[in-house]
Design a protein around this ligand. Structure first.
Ligand code: FES
Length: 360
């Protein structure tokens, strides 16, 4: 009877799985145990027994239930299988009392899921949720498929390399930054242009100011020098030599010194004395320069017609007085030396002065 009841449970489970549309007979507990761990049949039994002793709940359930779960429990398990497909493969195996010792080591968390996946792959019918998710993750994402596969992935290494690149990247971003702050750069350029313009304007203004100041200083210096050293006419010296007495024969009026010195040198007679004297070439009327007329033996003023004799006494025209004489003497070398710094006027009786003539 007990065997019939067990079989009835398996049949119910098979019927429930077939009702899900997934098809295929579920692997029985012994079969699952064999598929999951075929290489450790004899050695793991004591270990499975120990584990069963340490975990009495799964082993005790069949014992407490007398290996006779109720139909409601079986239906609940079947319904739970509908919701979680892969978990159903393990639970029937755990439900069986005979397979429990062998299945528990196989259903250990790290080994149970791969075993179920292998069984499903072999049958090609059933796949638990973990295997499906693992297959999807393995095909879609490079990330870890499961906790067991995660440590084997070398993914963290490239992620660690990125910060190193990012650390090296800042200089690149700094190099590309000047393209963004164009507005501040334009403002800076405008400010620099303004500063340059102001500097040029101020510099030019200062240069003009300093130039004007320098020119003014130069002009002031020139004026001061002009004031300190005024122009002086390049007049001929007041004393000059005209040669020996022999160069001036009696009755001769020498006119060659008129242009340079304004002097007539005359060898003539005055009041019964033969003398050599020097007449000033300035008309006593208004200062014009008379001309010696050899033919008329007189000095004639072109301005107002005044006339003077050879001795310089005025006789016609508006001239009020005779011409003046310069001082004359015989120099140390025997030449006649005229000194224009001294003048002698006849109306004043100065022609009697021996410095106003040289006797012949
Ligand atoms: Fe000689 Fe008048 S200036 S006559």
């Amino acid at each position: 009877m007990a065997d019939k009841k067990k079989m009835s449970v398996a049949e119910i489970l098979a019927a429930a799985r077939s009702a899900d549309g997934k098809g295929g007979a579920p692997p029985s507990a012994p079969q699952a145990a064999v598929e999951s761990e075929p290489a450790q049949p004899a050695v793991e039994k004591p270990a499975a027994e120990k584990l069963a002793a340490d975990k009495p709940k799964p082993a005790a359930k069949p014992a407490a239930g007398g290996a006779r779960p109720s139909t409601a429990d079986i239906l609940a398990m079947a319904r739970a299988k509908k919701e979680a497909g892969g978990e159903a493969a393990a639970k029937p195996a755990a439900a069986k009392p005979a397979a429990a010792p062998a299945a528990k080591p196989a259903t250990a968390k790290p080994a149970a899921k791969p075993a179920a996946a292998v069984g499903a792959a072999k049958t090609g019918v059933q796949r638990d949720t973990a295997s499906i998710l693992a297959a999807a993750r393995a095909g879609a994402k490079p990330g870890p498929v499961s906790k067991a596969d995660a440590p084997t992935r070398p993914a963290p290494k490239p992620r660690e390399a990125k910060p190193a690149e990012e650390k090296a990247a800042p200089p690149r971003t700094v190099a590309t930054l000047p393209s963004k702050p164009l507005k501040p750069a334009k403002k800076g350029e405008e400010a620099e242009d303004r500063r340059g313009f102001l500097q040029i304007a101020l510099g030019s203004a200062m240069a003009v100011g300093f130039s004007a100041l320098a020119v003014t200083g130069g002009l002031f210096s020139l004026g001061l020098a002009r004031f300190m050293f005024p122009n002086v006419l390049a007049e001929p010296p007041s004393k000059f030599k005209v040669g020996f007495k022999d160069a001036f024969p009696s009755g001769k009026v020498e006119t060659k010194y008129v242009p340079q010195y304004g002097v007539w040198v005359v060898n003539g007679d005055f009041q019964g004395l033969q003398q050599i004297y020097a007449l000033k070439t300035v008309c006593t009327h208004l200062g014009c320069t008379p001309s010696w007329l050899e033919a008329e033996q007189k000095f004639k003023c072109p301005c107002h017609g005044s006339g003077f004799y050879k001795d310089g006494v005025n006789f016609e025209g508006p001239a009020p007085r005779p011409l003046e004489r310069y001082a004359i003497r015989v120099a140390d070398d025997g030449q006649l030396e005229i000194d224009k710094s001294k003048t002698f006027q006849e109306e004043l009786g100065q022609w009697a002065d021996p410095d106003s003539y040289v006797t012949v």
